[in-house]
Design a protein around this ligand. Sequence first.
Ligand SMILES: Nc1nc2c(ncn2[C@@H]2O[C@H](COP(=O)(O)OP(=O)(O)OP(=O)(O)O)[C@@H](O)[C@H]2O)c(=O)[nH]1
Length: 773
Amino acid sequence: MNNKLLSSQVERGAIEAPRAIALPALLAQVALPETMEAAAGFGRWWLDTREAQLVLSHGAAQFLNVDAGLHRALETCFTHVVPEDMLLLIMALMQAKLPGVKLDYEFRVLQGTRGLRWLRMQSVPQEGGIAGMHAGVLVDVTAARHIEMRERFSYAMTQSLVGAGSLDEAVPRVIQLVCENLGWEWGAYWQMRHAPMEQPQLACQYFWNHSEYALAAFTRASCDIRMTPGEGFIGHVWDTGQACWIEDMKNDSSFLRRDSARECGLESGYAFPVSYVTADGQRHSVGVLEFFSTLTRQHDAQLPNLSAVIGGLIAQAVQRMEQQEIMRRLAQTDDLTGLANRNYFHRQLEEMSADAGRSGAPFGLLYIDLDRFKPVNDAFGHDAGNLVLREFAQRLQKLAPQDVCIGRLGGDEFAILAPLACRAEAMPALQALAERVLAAARMPFQFEGNDLKVSTSIGISVFAENGWTPQELLRSADEAMYRSKKSGRNAYCFCSDSGTLLLAQQQTSLARQLTMEAELHRALAENEFHLEYQPVFDHYGDRMVAVEALLRWRKPDGEMVPPDQFIPIAEKSRLIVQIGRWVVRQACRDLAVLHSAGLAGLRVNVNMAAPEFTNTSLPYELTEVVASCGIAARHLCLELTEGLVMKQPEKVLPVMQMLRQLGFHISLDDFGIGHSSLSRLKKLPITSLKIDRSFVAGLPHDRGDGAIVRSIIDLGRHMKLDVVAEGVETDAQLLYLAQFGCTYLQGYLLSRPLPLQQLIALHHNGKQQLRQP
Ligand SMILES: Nc1nc2c(ncn2[C@@H]2O[C@H](COP(=O)(O)OP(=O)(O)OP(=O)(O)O)[C@@H](O)[C@H]2O)c(=O)[nH]1
């Protein structure tokens, strides 16, 4: 706005009279001291707080990138102010009308080609000023702000780099710091990769992106692409060692990732080298940092000003970490062979044992000792011995899979730690590895035209069969290795081949039992058990008469533990009684649900463990359980094994009799494989017999099984006992059993074990009708 226009506005009455008096003077000030302002580096402004109008001098207008003169609306002066600062600026201006308030506010403005600048707006008290009129100055404080910010930023960055233990930790933090503090949306660090037999290539090693922008496509393109020195934006910066701007990424044909930049709306970017100069004046390039924005940021000078500091600090960190890495590697490595040294190998073994203890993943340990190595030293000298050790180490590295740890434990002793895919593969995989080691040692070593010959003896131990701890595993493998020596050398032995290692096995199984016991206690307390129910059908296989409750254990990580793994361990402790009681209660509660869901009359069969049947209070406890669940005693059938009854008949029989008197059903499980004498069987207070699945499996073709099954069915008929056949899996088995009058049938052919709700759904689907007993 020029002075003429300003005057005309006053003349048109746009500004009220008392202020109009002052305006010619203002206009004169706007016009006249332009050169003075420019020299002093400030602009002036006059604010009419009543009308919210502002007059800007030429200097102030230049700073704000708008016209000089009168602005009737404040917003027109501030069109280039950064939106986040705009509201606070206007609020600060309006507060100036309050008595005693002095305006002093800093804000950011986009000054066209000069980029982002910081301005400070301050009021300057006027002598004899007009009420409601304020005047002040506008100063560009960008330089001071940059210095301050650079200091703050350098401090934060130094903290990040000094505190970081590795580049993986440090560099992403620095990229994020730059992006967040300097307003870039995407940043990355490129590093030179030296693959064998290939030209060195720059690859995107770390990146960071602002979560509010959809930049995944650009990240993908950056991670996929490789650039050789001189190639593309990154290759150019690497090659020249000079920082580089890119103003229009999406249309710049030399920018290799322009398509993805277009897709993500990225506009401009800046890349600079990360390098350090050594005492001899040599520059060493370490990598390239690049930053991109969705705005055109060509002249935002903050990053260029800081890039030397950032690049230098990162390069120093890289140098420091590389040195640390060398030191670390030296501390872990055996000088002569380059393999893991004794200490480091032990640490690896400790870590692997701890991991395997948690995950159960097996691994093997090969303890390798060269045979007749001393004579090599004695005959050809220490250098010859060293050559054998070095070359044998190289052969081990070549033959072993990538993921194994190979160590030299000292002298002519080596060891290999080999992860195993699964327990079943342990033996063959370790055997194959040991064979390769034997063959590698047998190949002669060349020393000054002589063929040096050695062999090896190997001992193998496997986690957790031969030990849970590094000490147990090493001792087991060492003992196995000595057996290989004793057996004539050039051989391998597994630890478990030896009776002398029974102790390790016993310790292992004890440790496993203790761990499992602790887990079972937790499982009970944390409700990790649940029940599934396998239906039992009448002899036509079409009516469900009972369900067998089957205990299931799902660990918090989702792993299902098979009952045959945890029941034997629970049986060795009193835990089985607690678990058994939980099963009975839950089964009775679920049965009540099944009854009310329309399965009235259904019975539940529950497997009972040995210690429970020697407990004389069992009948009363069970009476209380069924009563509290609202079901009758006849609805609960307790299954116990033949062997249990026969082991302690004097204790078990009275409990069984009491249970029968109270109305509970009792079934003799796994019938046929125990040692029941018929005379004793007659006296047992039981209601049914269960034919063991091993006999059912042989039906109908195995004559022996057929004869046993028919006898049991006959026996049951004569003793007025129900006979249940379990493990029915084929139509032929079902027909056979039905033909000979087996009372009840159970097996996968009819139904697998089901969760409670599926059982109810099965019933509601109308597929099953209940026989009312
Ligand atoms: N060259 C060389 N020899 C070493 C080094 N460290 C230990 N030794 C020697 O290696 C030999 C190892 O001894 P033994 O394992 O008993 O010798 P061996 O002849 O292999 O005996 P068996 O294992 O019973 O067949 C000793 O003579 C050590 O002095 C080394 O770094 N370099």
